[in-house]
Write a protein that binds this ligand. Sequence first.
Ligand SMILES: NC(=O)C1=CN([C@@H]2O[C@H](COP(=O)(O)OP(=O)(O)OC[C@H]3O[C@@H](n4cnc5c(N)ncnc54)[C@H](O)[C@@H]3O)[C@@H](O)[C@H]2O)C=CC1
Ligand SMILES: O=C([O-])CC(=O)C(=O)O
Length: 336
Amino acid sequence: MTKVTVLGAAGGIGQPLSLLLKMSPYVSRLALYDLRLAPGVARDLSHINTNSKCTGYDKDELREALDGAHIVVIPAGVPRKPGMTRDDLFKINAGIVANLVSATAKYAPSARILVISNPVNSTVPVACETLKKMGVFQPGKVMGVTTLDVVRAQTFLSDSLGADHYSRESMKRHVTVVGGHSGTTIVPIVTDPKLRSKLVSRRLYDSYIHRVQFGGDEVVEAKQGAGSATLSMALAGFQFVDQILRSIHLEKPDVAPLPAFVYLPGIEGGKELQSKLNTRAEYFAAPVELLRGDVVKIDSQWLEKLGDLEKKSLAVCLGELDTNIQKGRRFVQSKL
Ligand SMILES: NC(=O)C1=CN([C@@H]2O[C@H](COP(=O)(O)OP(=O)(O)OC[C@H]3O[C@@H](n4cnc5c(N)ncnc54)[C@H](O)[C@@H]3O)[C@@H](O)[C@H]2O)C=CC1
Ligand SMILES: O=C([O-])CC(=O)C(=O)O
């Protein structure tokens, strides 16, 4: 019996993500909450002939939506328009995330909280600081979702090398993404040295890294003001939730461990990683080990496999990341 609640379920990401969750055999209750339209979306999904029960909740029914949830996914908030950075969304989305996370702590205290709302580099610190302030912070239960960067890193690697010889599917075990989730804080790591040297010898490495880092902008521009990535994000978000669900249900993951943006000092291997990176940034995305749906360990093996360009990208990432993190922390600390 596993209940998943989606907060922001009627939005561009929320709807397709809820559809994918309705198809999951690991979900028995699916609760959809939004300020508008969630009961309609839920009624629509409830006609699908899979076993889970799907219910929608209106604006004033947040408590009911969250009650007993094991996983809470948060894609609530505003998306970018052309010309905006993710950081431009902070003013609105930080408040939304803080409110939804504090309600989750009250009504679903043991839920894993998965933050999709941007800017992830700051909204995850907002979520964690909010929980710390309430005295209920459990570091292994709060995760920023950065899976879309991994999905893009795999797709674009295949595109760069030539999809005829290097299929997208075959890229799945050869690349991961660490750092944060915006621009130069996104650091793709090609873990297979043969593939990396192919990119370098063909002088494709810089353009590859750039495309992964700014893949979100590609979609924002192409949608011409109608929002940012929704369908690829729904798929990526689902892949991440699926890993948590499989872990809760003691099933093996079907993909390599995915990264998540987490609070390092609270997780095994986190402080070590911080010291190896020589950074004061307390939040970082790297592949995580799960136990019963919680993050129990952060991987730093990828550090030993870095090429020169990746080392350079990582240094740039760390310079920027902490500024984003401090912005999120200050937002919560400045509130009485
Ligand atoms: N982590 C990642 O990789 C990605 C993150 N995003 C972010 O996800 C967020 C959502 O994007 P879209 O779904 O495209 O936006 P959208 O505008 O289509 O949907 C957002 C939904 O959130 C709802 N909402 C707003 N405030 C709420 C509240 N207090 N409680 C409940 N629901 C609330 C809105 O009513 C709307 O239905 C944006 O911040 C976007 O930047 C987008 C793509 C990738
Ligand atoms: O670019 C955006 O604003 C949405 C996002 O995070 C992404 O597509 O990676």
